[in-house]
Each structure stands twice: as C-alpha cells, then as structure tokens.
Design a protein around this ligand. Structure first.
Ligand code: PAF
Length: 283
C-alpha cells in the first residue's frame, strides 16, 4: 500500500496525535529522498520496533554548501513513495522549504568540535544544518525512535550526542550500512557515477578493509595507517581524496596511536561525485 504524503507540520501533528491516542510507538526515518535499499533497511528496522512509521523526505538546503549539489540533488518522490510502501512506512512527511524554514527563523543547533573534522572540515556548516533540521523534525514528528545509517558515521555520532546534550526524548538507532554485492556502500549519489567510476568505486571499501587488516596485524601508528589508506585511494584512477582519517570512535578527534576504539573514515571524489565510507578499526 502506498503511504499517504503530507506536506504541512499541522497535518503530521494531527496524524501523530491520533496514533499516540491508540498507544502505538512511533518510529522515524529522516531522509532527503532518492531512496534506495539502505533507506528501505532503515524503514524495516523502524517497522520492527514501532507501531507506526514516519519517513520524512526533505532536501535540506541548510546542510549544503554554496558550491554543493543542492539544486541537482535527485528528487524522486513517486519512486520514494513506492519504496516506503514496500518497506512498511505508514506516513511520508514531505514539506517544502518554506514550511521548514520560515523567513524569520534565526535559531540553529551548534555541534561544537564534533563537527570540526572529517566531513565537517571540508563542508563547513554541514552538521549545523543536519542537526538543526533533525531537531526540528524530531519536534514535529515526536518519535520514540529514529533510525540512521552507519555509512554517515559522523552524522550518526553527532546526532546521538545532540539528543543526549539537549535531552531530546528520542532514541537514536544506528543501522548497518547496506552494500552492493561488490562492497560499494549504497548512496543516493551512486547514480551520478559514470560506468568507469562505478567499476572503481568498490576500491574505497577495499582500502578500508586493508587498513583494518593492517591494524589487526599490529600496526598502531595512526599516521602510517592513514597514509596507507591515502595511498590506496589515490591509486584509484581519477580519484581525489577529500580525507582519509583514523579517529577516536567517540570524540571523532585525531589520534596518534591506536589505543582506544577507533574508526577509519574516508571521503573520495570519483569524477564530481563525493562518496563516503568508514570501517571500525578497533572496538
Ligand atoms: O542523512 C541524510 O539523508 C540527511 O543528512 C538527514 C539526516 C535526513 C538530514 O537532512
């Protein structure tokens, strides 16, 4: 069944109030649309835990830099609605920009130093935009649980911190990355890859697997681990490495030695398409 699409905050609030009156819990999957099987997995995870599942579809201008792909970000509402239907969503909230950001809004969520590294270093303001829209969506939908993908490691970490710091009564659940059979992490941006770049893209995950093996074999010098991923990624024809870092899994701060839980995270341009991925190095 196709879940209905509502576009106003008042309508979502009305539906959510009716659902609450029947004692059902609400699971929430915030998205920017262009949905793929990774999103379907988030909806299924929400379905498994909640009595009612809301998916939001909103391409959030606040998290795109001036030179980024906001205008050309794929908008595929009809296909998204079908995917939400077969994955088990009950309602889609797809507001316009004016509904989410009235012209007189001046309040934003500042994410502090968790946003300084990795994607935050090359996308200034990105996580401020993500946190602001997600907090607004939480206030609109008032879910019990919200589901995010582990591919966006820094995003999931920052949002978990935000709900803790601001006492937001929502449980953040982080779901495993869904991959193509060749290892490429699913992403709405994969559709932009040329055939040649698509064939090369699995090397991103392979470089992360390789650095994990080096760490398992006993390498604890983080600079050496980072330069080995950097070298593998740079060897991909036409690739431009945005970052290749091994960071503290909790604080996301740089490390010298592998002496605590750590994550390797990378962002790589293949052509003009920027792809991210990560792997747990030490848990
Ligand atoms: O991961 C995304 O698609 C977006 O960053 C999110 C969480 C929906 C906020 O716009």
């Amino acid at each position: 069944m196709l879940p209905p699409i509502v576009t106003t905050i008042a309508e979502v609030r009305r539906v959510v109030a009716d659902v609450r009156a029947t004692d059902r819990t609400i699971g929430f999957v915030p998205t920017m649309g262009a949905l793929h099987e990774g999103h379907a997995a988030l909806v299924r995870a929400a379905r498994a835990r909640s009595g009612f599942v809301v998916v939001s579809i909103f391409v959030n201008p606040l998290q795109f830099g001036p030179k980024e792909d906001f205008a050309k970000y794929p908008r595929t509402l009809e296909a998204d609605q079908k995917l939400c239907g077969y994955a088990g969503a009950d309602l889609i909230f797809a507001p316009g920009v004016e509904e989410m950001y009235p012209a007189n809004a001046v309040t934003f969520v500042d994410v502090g130093k968790l946003g300084d590294h990795l994607c935050g270093a090359t996308r200034p303001g990105h996580f401020r935009g993500v946190c602001t829209v997600v907090l607004k969506l939480f206030n609109i939908v008032q879910p019990d649980t919200a589901h995010f993908g582990a591919k966006d490691y820094q995003q999931a970490r920052i949002l978990s911190q935000m709900v803790r710091d601001l006492n937001v009564p929502v449980e953040v659940s982080v779901e495993s990355t869904v991959r193509e059979p060749d290892g490429l992490a699913l992403s709405s941006r994969n559709r932009y890859l040329s055939a040649a770049d698509r064939a090369l893209a699995p090397r991103i995950q392979q470089s992360l697997q390789a650095v994990r093996l080096r760490a398992l074999a006993g390498e604890i010098d983080v600079a050496r681990l980072e330069s080995s991923i950097g070298a593998e990624l740079s060897a991909i024809p036409g690739a431009r490495v945005d970052y290749a870092r091994v960071v503290d899994a909790e604080s996301l701060q740089p490390l010298m030695r592998l002496d605590r839980p750590a994550v390797a995270a990378v962002a790589v341009f293949l052509g003009t398409t920027r792809l991210i991925d990560n792997i747990t190095i030490l848990s």
